[in-house]
Design a protein around this ligand. Structure first.
Ligand code: 9G3
Length: 567
């Protein structure tokens, strides 16, 4: 491709709305442009990378035995009403109606569509297991799109779905997909971890997220410092044997704590540490008021709370709602003397505290010397807190450390959540009807492009891995006015292209400095520069990642490039 007639607008300055490296570089290097919040165009060079990642995904999906298909992005509301998801999803699900005022969802995912196809077309165990996938745009109206391609409102996803007549068959497919994902992200050159994840509202038990390690990742991974245990912090169970202090329970007392609001202020005022206080937070769990109590040094894990109740929606109660039901504000809540209209649950650690403080459910007052069972009861104790660094690893090996990650893939054992609601059943060998068992498997293809840039960049720009780079070679003719340079570069361009090498040829009438800066920014793995030594048939080659450069005679260049590109 000749740059002189290519849409490849590079920028010197950093776009003001780009907070992270990958967003800045993809915009500056002419790979993407924003159309509106969370909506991006892939310019030609960006599209080449996107299609390479897509092709790697496609090859590994085919290897895993899945068949590619393509479903409409417009989905009739009726299908989402069959599973109840038309109502459980809020404004994030983009909706529209057609000219006849019939309602549609813009596809955020395709469980309903694919299940409606399978229930119509498959009815015998002989046809199972089945795995299909597609690669297409998904629409999710994020409240706060940000970080460029990492959290957009329209993005490219590979979504796969599998159908089974037994749990073992699903396990087998799950493992095949898990392996395919490892191959995909390894081929993309990514440093990733598969972590145990939460299956969320969709039921199902096992799910794994594939996380690309990155400081700007939105997810926190809890991993063991000695074993290969790793889990999304939302999911990581706390397996800890707390010991109860031998201190004798003292007499309960109510004390004044004027204008002490936060846990730390109360602890300082009463002269104890955070862990010697109880934190009580009011939640609305599917509209029911639940007071969640944890030790002062712990944080409530709302995903664990949601899973404990199997709830659809868990959110913090507002201050006024809280005042209504507790007659006290956020800073004064506690489990002692709570009315019947509020359910109280506590994290396991609360069972082992002795003589702690807690809010008195009266503004400006706290209790001290509070002891569980004697002074308050809870409807249940459960693992309701976030795991913390230093906690024992749930697998019993080593201790937990945190890392940030970007979720690029997610594999789920769905179970019967969709097939039951949509009556996707099959006749088994005894002619008996059974509900199919499902799995689903997603990869954020456009998000993966950004994740690669997050891991492959330096102070001058992007340093693409060979397998996904937009081109293999960046050929620069430093001064196209010099006949010997233009001729040598033109010949090299033709020679390399004929050999099937993907070459971006900078034949623009620009200064050398501009060409070098753009080349470093765009980040093609190998730069071949035709300059002053052209009359001797010598060119300079430079490896973008290592920075190594050397002179090569034009007769050697094809061999050099071919051996450089060997995987
Ligand atoms: C929605 C909206 C957002 C959503 C969903 C539905 C996430 C939704 C979960 C999945 C599960 C898997 C198949 C590919 C892999 C992921 N966000 N999920 O179902 F309506 Cl607005 O998408 N689906």
């Amino acid at each position: 491709m000749r740059q002189s007639n290519m849409l490849l607008p590079t920028l010197r300055e950093i776009p003001s709305d780009a907070e992270i490296k990958s967003h800045q570089l993809l915009v500056r290097a002419g790979f993407i442009r924003q159309v509106a919040s969370g909506l991006y165009s892939f310019l030609p060079i960006g599209n080449r990378v996107l299609r390479k990642v897509e092709q790697i995904v496609r090859e590994e999906m085919d290897n895993a035995g899945a068949n590619e298909m393509f479903m409409p992005a417009l989905q009739p509301a009726e299908l989402w009403q069959e599973t109840g998801r038309w109502n459980t999803f809020g404004p994030e699900l983009m909706r529209m109606h057609d000219r006849h005022m019939r309602e549609f969802a813009l596809g955020a995912t395709h469980e309903e569509v694919i299940t409606s196809i399978i229930r119509d077309e498959v009815n015998s165990y002989k046809k199972l297991p089945l795995a299909v996938y597609q690669i297409q745009s998904k629409f999710r109206d994020e409240k706060r799109p940000r970080f460029g391609l990492l959290r957009g409102r329209e993005f490219l996803m590979k979504d796969a779905y599998s159908f089974h007549d037994s749990a073992e068959s699903l396990d087998d497919m799950y493992n095949k997909m898990y392996t395919a994902y490892q191959n995909i992200f390894r081929r993309c050159g990514l440093d990733f971890r598969a972590v145990i994840a939460d299956s969320g509202a969709m039921g199902g038990k096992d799910t794994h997220e594939f996380m690309v390690l990155s400081e700007i990742g939105e997810d926190t991974i809890a991993y063991s410092d000695t074993s290969d245990y790793a889990a999304n912090i939302e999911m990581a169970p706390v397996v800890m044997n707390y010991e109860k202090s031998s201190e004798e329970p003292k007499e309960l007392q109510k004390v004044e704590t004027p204008n002490q609001k936060t846990m730390q202020e109360v602890a300082d005022f009463l002269g104890h540490t955070l862990k010697e206080g109880l934190k009580s937070i009011m939640f609305k769990v599917d509209e029911k008021f639940v007071l969640v109590v944890t030790r002062g040094d712990h944080e409530v894990n709302d995903v664990k709370l949601k899973n404990l109740y199997g709830a659809s929606v868990v959110e913090l109660a507002s201050e006024e709602e809280t005042k209504e039901v507790m007659n006290a504000g956020f800073g004064s809540l506690g489990p002692v003397g709570v009315g019947e209209n509020v359910e109280v649950v506590a994290d396991t650690a609360v069972q082992y505290v002795v003589n702690v403080s807690c809010g008195a459910n009266e503004d400006g007052y706290h209790y001290i010397n509070v002891n569980p069972e004697r002074d308050f009861n809870v409807s249940q104790y459960a693992d309701l807190r976030f795991i913390m660094e230093g906690d024992p690893s749930p697998d019993g090996q080593g201790f937990i450390k945190f890392a940030k990650g970007i979720e690029v893939g997610h594999v789920f054992k769905l179970g019967k959540f969709y097939s039951e609601k949509m009556k996707a059943s099959y006749l088994d060998q005894n002619g008996k009807a059974n509900t199919m068992i499902m799995g689903c498997y997603g990869i954020g293809v456009s998000r993966t492009v950004a994740a690669i840039v997050e891991q492959y960049n330096d102070e001058n720009g992007i340093t693409w891995p060979k397998a996904v780079a937009p081109f293999h070679v960046h050929l620069l003719a430093l001064n196209v006015k010099k006949q010997e340079q233009k001729e040598l570069a033109d010949n090299l361009y033709e020679t390399l292209k004929k050999a099937g090498i993907e070459v971006l040829y900078d034949d623009r009438p620009e200064r050398a400095g501009v060409k070098f800066a753009d080349s470093d920014l765009i980040g093609i793995p190998l730069r071949v520069t035709v300059g002053k030594l052209a009359d001797q048939g010598i060119v300079e080659v430079k490896d973008r990642q290592s920075g190594e450069q050397q002179e090569v005679h034009e007769t050697e260049i094809l061999n050099f490039v071919q051996s450089f590109l060997q995987p």
